[in-house]
Write a protein that binds this ligand. Structure first.
Ligand code: COA
Length: 189
């Protein structure tokens, strides 16, 4: 894919600015990445030191385009001008025309519908900018908060994958899997 397309545009929603993650987000990112409640269901280990966060930005997020992935979005809360979370394609395959969305939000800001607001834009970009035919999403079966976000976004439930993911601590979890395909998306527009 043309690398210029993978460079994500800045988008303004009602309450958020979505713009690519940058090294200047490290302090705000560390605030949630070091919170064990936030990382409980995630694949990556809770950050212990700010250097863990710098490492993640430099070695994962700054390398997205080189690895043929779209840049990851930082969610900036307009009223506070603060980076409160992220939303991105954690899997992106141009040949299969498929992407998978992942997200995380600072615990102080849970329960306000911010992630639904952000994901709606990422879904739009997936279909309209990248011409995907399928956008998928998964969550640990015990992660009810994520399940609610997915339901509110209108994803179709596709089933369970038992021992579908081994987390950083070596434990395997059961995943619930969902997708929106291009025809679902066009019918909703
Ligand atoms: C999943 C997550 C991004 C949801 O974001 P959000 O913007 O808070 O989502 P919503 O406001 O739509 O709330 C979703 C559900 O969380 C629950 N919830 C809301 N506030 C909560 C709080 N303070 N504490 C615990 N649960 C809460 C509610 O059940 C809510 O559903 P409802 O609107 O039907 O009542 C956020 O909880 C998070 O970052 N979790 C940790 C990271 C994670 O699990 N990522 C997903 C991996 S698949």
């Amino acid at each position: 894919m043309d690398k210029a397309l993978l460079k994500m545009p800045t988008i303004e929603t009602k309450r958020l600015i979505l713009r690519p993650v940058s090294i200047s987000d490290a302090i705000d990112m560390f605030e949630y990445a070091s919170d064990k409640e936030v990382t409980r269901f995630l694949t990556w280990k809770t950050h212990e030191k700010i250097t863990d966060t710098y490492y993640a930005i430099e070695n994962i997020f700054d390398k997205r385009i080189d690895n043929n992935y779209p840049e990851a979005y930082a969610l900036i809360l307009k009223t506070e001008n603060k980076m409160i979370g992220m939303c991105d394609f954690v899997y992106f395959n141009e040949n299969n025309r498929c992407g998978e969305i992942g997200y995380v939000l600072n615990r102080k800001y849970w329960g306000n519908g911010y992630m639904v607001e952000a994901c709606q834009e990422v879904i739009k970009i997936g279909f309209d900018r990248f011409n995907l035919i399928r956008i998928q999403i998964t969550h640990d079966i015990n992660n009810y908060q994520s399940q609610r976000v997915i339901e509110k976004l209108g994803f179709t439930y596709e089933g369970i994958k038992r021992k579908g993911l081994v987390k950083w601590d070596g434990t395997a979890c059961t995943l619930k899997k969902y997708a929106i395909i291009d025809s679902d998306y066009k019918n909703k527009e």
